[in-house]
Design a protein around this ligand. Sequence first.
Ligand SMILES: [Ca+2]
Ligand SMILES: [Ca+2]
Length: 304
Amino acid sequence: MKRFTFISLALLILVPLLAFCAWAKPKTPARKHVKPKVTALICSYRERGFSGSGVETESSMVVIGGLVAGKGWISSEQAKGLLHKGDKLPLHVPITGAPLGTVVLTGSEGALGYGINPPYFVAHATIPSRKRDTYRKADKEGLAVWSQLGHAPRWVTGKVLNVNSKYYRKVITNWLRTRETSDLAVKYMVVEQIIQADINRDGRMEAFLSFHSSFETNRVPRDQAFSCLIMQYNSGTRGKTKTVAIADENSDLVMFLIGGFCDLDRDGWAEVVIRWWGGEGNGSDLLHWTGDRFKLLRGWELNV
Ligand SMILES: [Ca+2]
Ligand SMILES: [Ca+2]
């Protein structure tokens, strides 16, 4: 009887306590995001592989495909301590994150030339024939992001909007004005990308805007040139939107684009893959969003 009373008493205390905890649990992720304890390697897969003008360019970050079921490499310096023979990297369509195929690292093979010294990883990419057709019509590029945690990262789908969106062009213009960009440079700005994605899983879309001053000669004086990537987000206070710069250069010799959004450590916040091209090289950066700014997790660069 005593035992029964004790259990009843315990239940009487525990049930309301558990109910309170469930109620008090935050419904959305915390505002602050801790830096993921993970390193990663971004790989790009291109249909044309080693051919064309981009031999040096193609050796950046990168696993590069030849044609489908193609072959590429990752130089040892970039892969050191990160990758091992036999590793498999899921390949995804940029921006949307749709599964595309697999890249398998098969180990070093002979001399490659092109300034790539052994040891390096040879990478074979395979894309199922069903997806090959879609891939060829679309971006002709795949992205693989490898994580030390050993599991496939969760990709967040990005939505590509028309670059003529009046609303976002206005957002860009307003941002440029706060930056004291000249009217002439604003007039001839070129919008490259407008992409929406919910990177912090709060149910609200963040917008990524890539734009630069006109590349046409004599349109904008060199000292007024710019190339930027910004994000517009909802700050959470009375539905107010804010903008934050991800990249901001006083130059038209570089361009920044979103590659995709993948949650490497599966904490609910997507890390952001940036691709950039410049006069002296190209590369990829992996960034994470802290809630009020972006921090670089890792970057890869190839100087040419
Ligand atoms: Ca969001
Ligand atoms: Ca994350």
